[in-house]
Design a binder for this molecule. Structure first.
Ligand code: IDC
Length: 503
């Protein structure tokens, strides 16, 4: 029986390879005859994809898939600053990709696990919880009972993010209190309370002030940071702390000459794409080049009022730069408020589990930009039919490549455990994607047993997939499902991450 199934799988793989060969032949003939037409190629590609899908379906009834589910926090553990990067517990660069709530006092209904895990499944790894300080209803404007209520809302929200396996930024959202020292005593008390509560958690990041503005200088902000940090450090000596910068978090370039005296601090830059363009991007580049670690803990793609029209060209230019430099970002705001920076349509009443129709223009853009599961770590496969989804990576020329790895059948032969996978690679960007590759990391060492439509090689537990030339160029909006491979090992192969790389 097992022998027969293996034979059937073998035939299926041969068929797939054969069809790839035919595609190559077809392209060769078409090119030789100078009759090369994009539409024809597309038809051939579609035919292959359909045949492959049928192949993997027919062979997927065997043993359960082995790719283990793992959340972003399970994958990456505690974060720390290293040079200008945020690194995970393995020493690998970690790019925050997040969503910020609106003010918790006003939109607490979105601070729930279903809401957060919906964005996690779309590629976010971080949720920022905005606790306004001075705006009406803000933490510093209410009495003790009001403060206790807000703390309960915040704690419930942190617990929901934690259950979703994501990082959480506790944001002391100063704004109309332009100089954060205005509420410095309250900040000390607040951070002392929350850091004591989350001292044992790896996933909590403290943002000790949102946006210093008005005439507030970097010297004032630094002094504030050094006054408030001990309240965090007493309980959470190694937690990541984010510190705002002057001019609504545009002056990150002011930090380098006089940084905060603490090794685990990132400095925040905020932008609203329709207002802030190249001049602010230049400040980011200057700050990074001067050695300042930066986190974009808030951005929108409309204007700085949080409303007005959307500038997706500017927004793409921003995220291309951030992706290129490995700088993390968090999108404002998770609500259905009738403003352009809300991620949900104002007509949407659902508080989680949204579909595409529920998203505003910004929400639609951000979901696409996250590309399905941008963290590369939201492995969700189980039971043989799941999909392991991978990160998106910009190759820098307006393309955004997104890979989806789907586990197929698994079997045992000659004392080794085998697993078959198929890859779908899509270009969600605006320009051609070339020069991409895929890295698949397994939990244990594996060997390549077979690969098709790609050159597959392995080093330890990392498989490198280089697409064959005839699938290597993806025009805007195009995708290929032709690539697949089989690996084997002493243990049942289990995927820990899938990453799109620049080949
Ligand atoms: C805006 C909200 C808006 C709210 C206002 C309160 O989108 O609904 O009424 O705050 O003042 C920021 C701030 C952020 C702003 C956002 C848009 O951090 O609180 O949210 N923005 O104006 N900095 C630049 C823009």
């Amino acid at each position: 029986m097992e022998r027969n199934m293996r034979f059937a799988r073998h035939l299926g793989r041969r068929a797939a390879r054969c069809i790839c060969g035919l595609t190559l032949l077809f392209l060769g003939v078409a090119l030789a005859g100078c009759a090369f037409e994009g539409a024809d190629t597309q038809a051939a590609t579609t035919e292959v994809a359909t045949t492959e899908a049928a192949t993997s379906e027919s062979s997927s009834t065997s043993a359960a898939a082995t790719a283990a589910g793992a959340t972003p926090v399970q994958q990456h553990g505690a974060l720390h600053v290293d040079g200008t990067s945020i690194k995970d517990e393995h020493g690998d660069t970690f790019q925050v990709k997040g969503v910020s709530t609106h003010g918790l006092a006003w939109f607490p209904q979105y601070a729930n696990e279903e809401a957060f895990s919906t964005w996690r499944d779309w590629g976010a790894n971080t949720i920022r919880l905005a606790l306004y300080t001075e705006e009406s209803g803000g933490y510093c404007t209410v009495d003790d009972a009001g403060k206790a209520n807000l703390l309960t809302t915040l704690e419930d929200a942190v617990d929901a993010v934690t259950r979703a396996g994501m990082y959480v930024i506790i944001d002391w959202h100063t704004l109309s209190d332009s100089d954060p020292t205005t509420n410095e005593d309250a900040a000390k008390e607040f951070f002392s309370t929350v850091s004591a509560r989350y001292a044992g958690q790896d996933n909590v990041i403290y943002e000790i002030c949102n946006e210093p503005n008005g005439s507030t200088t970097w010297e004032q902000v630094r002094a504030y940071a050094e006054a408030v940090l001990p309240s965090v450090r007493a309980n959470a000596p190694d937690a990541l702390v984010a510190v705002g910068t002057p001019t609504w978090c545009q002056d990150v370039d002011a930090v380098a000459s006089d940084p905060v005296d603490d090794a685990n601090v990132v400095y925040t830059l905020h932008f609203y794409a329709a207002t802030h363009g190249q001049a602010v991007r230049d400040k980011l580049t200057a700050a990074l080049d001067a050695g300042t670690p930066v986190l974009v803990s808030e951005f929108g793609i409309c204007d700085a009022s949080g409303n007005g029209s959307i500038d997706s060209d500017s927004a793409n230019a921003w995220l291309d730069l951030l992706d290129e430099r490995g700088v993390g970002y968090v999108c404002w705001n998770l609500s259905n408020k009738d403003e352009a920076s809300a991620l949900l349509k104002s007509t949407c009443a659902a508080t989680g589990g949204w579909g595409d129709d529920d998203l505003s223009a910004e929400g639609t853009w951000y979901k696409a930009r996250l590309g399905g599961a941008g963290d590369a770590s939201t492995a969700v496969a189980s039971g043989g039919s799941g999909t392991v989804v991978a990160g998106s990576a910009s190759s820098g020329n307006d393309s955004t490549v997104v890979a989806t790895l789907t586990p197929g059948s698994t079997w045992e032969a000659d004392g080794k455990q085998y697993a078959q996978y198929s890859l779908t690679v899509a270009n969600n960007g605006r320009g051609d994607a070339t020069g991409w590759g895929i890295a698949v990391t397994f939990q244990d060492a594996v060997e390549v047993s077979d690969g098709w439509c790609a050159d597959c090689s392995v080093d330890g537990s990392t498989l490198t997939v280089k697409p064959a030339s005839y699938v290597a160029t993806l025009t805007a909006g195009a995708s290929t499902s032709q690539i697949g491979f089989i690996v084997c090992g002493d243990q049942a192969p289990a995927v820990s991450s899938v990453t799109v790389t620049d080949a």
